[in-house]
Design a protein around this ligand. Sequence first.
Ligand SMILES: Cc1cc2nc3c(=O)[nH]c(=O)nc-3n(C[C@H](O)[C@H](O)[C@H](O)COP(=O)(O)OP(=O)(O)OC[C@H]3O[C@@H](n4cnc5c(N)ncnc54)[C@H](O)[C@@H]3O)c2cc1C
Length: 403
Amino acid sequence: MSPSATDAAPIVIVGAGLAGLRTAEELRRAGYEGGLILLGDESRLPYDRPPLSKQFVRGETDDTTLRPGEFFTEKQIELRLDTAATGVDTAARQVRLADGSTLDYDQLIIATGLRPRLLPGLPDAQGVHVLRGHADATALRTELAEATTALVVGAGFIGCELAASFRSRGIAVVLVEPQPTPLASVLGEQVGALVARLHRDEGVDLRCGTGLDTLLADDGRVRGALLADGTEVAADLVVIGIGSRPVTEWLTDSGIALADPAAGGGVLADEVGRTSADRVWAVGDVAAWLHDTGHRKRVEHWTNAGEQARLVACAMLGAAPPTAARVPYFWSDQYEVKIQALGTPTATDEVHLVVDDGRKFLAYYAQDGKLTGVVGAGMTAQVMKTRAKIAAGAPVSDLLTPS
Ligand SMILES: Cc1cc2nc3c(=O)[nH]c(=O)nc-3n(C[C@H](O)[C@H](O)[C@H](O)COP(=O)(O)OP(=O)(O)OC[C@H]3O[C@@H](n4cnc5c(N)ncnc54)[C@H](O)[C@@H]3O)c2cc1C
């Protein structure tokens, strides 16, 4: 792109998280030399979220910053922190900001991520937490220093990781999950049962098949909870980890097509991030991209944000996209065990459990005999070597037959 592009309106990215930052980086890497503004409503430099439920909350690291301040100067990325976008006028190509001003854009990227879901009707008490951002994790970490008992509501990835982090600090943990096992809706009950075993072996009081009825508080401070099965749990710390919803309310009047909230919500986009509005793109956790299956869905994982950033930057600049087949990947660290998934394993797939060795396991997932993915715990090499077969949609029998 020619330097004269700097005279035009800039590319504006709303959301200075992983996806927004990576998109800015990819645009520069692909040769874009024009104006580039990255808007974030938080006060911190863009930071990494995975450590928040792990090393950061345990007090093992303080800094999860993704890039130092000088990086933005060097790359001529104008980072505006504490700046929330409140609306978009796609006809005028303008973003509205919280201070009432507007910002012209040449192209706009929506990267506003997620916000934790809350349970309606719960009393507003001290000691009750959610976890998405640095401020949430700092508040949680501060209270953890004094806590002896914790209740974690929801055994999804964040709930399971927090339960593990709390146990490593010697805190008694009750983990409550309405589904029959942890992670049942993502990985299915068979693999979920192995995750349940891991937590029980570590002393977590895991209660599946029940949920939170209400919180109990004294003098504005939480002291426990009443569960849906009628039992009472004492806890001086409660974390609500029941999932998140995409941050799209600022787009309500924009005319940009959004997914049905009942189907996960998010900004609808094609297979390279193009939304329904001209020159507007969406990336990361907030974006419901079109997948090979023909469905549009959001993916809430770290690797996806970086991969989408590269694809969207190439599409915006008309550059050739990466040629390697995309095989989705995510991980979750619980205790010393790394759980990893490659491909698109789903709860409704056939599951072939080929290793079940205490804390380690390996399971292949398939649909109609065709390999869809692999999930392993403590089995990195075995998970990774499945990549080519998943990309090729190989018969699962290839992996089950001893060679
Ligand atoms: C605690 C935690 C642990 C995780 N652990 C793992 C893991 O182990 N493995 C894994 O694969 N994935 C993990 N993830 C998921 C991974 O971190 C996300 O997929 C990734 O952060 C997505 O990046 P994003 O930029 O789309 O969203 P975000 O990181 O949420 O960034 C969005 C940014 O936009 C800002 N924003 C929102 N609205 C506005 C607005 N109107 N104006 C301006 N700015 C706005 C937000 O404040 C935020 O800073 C974890 C996530 C969390 C929260």
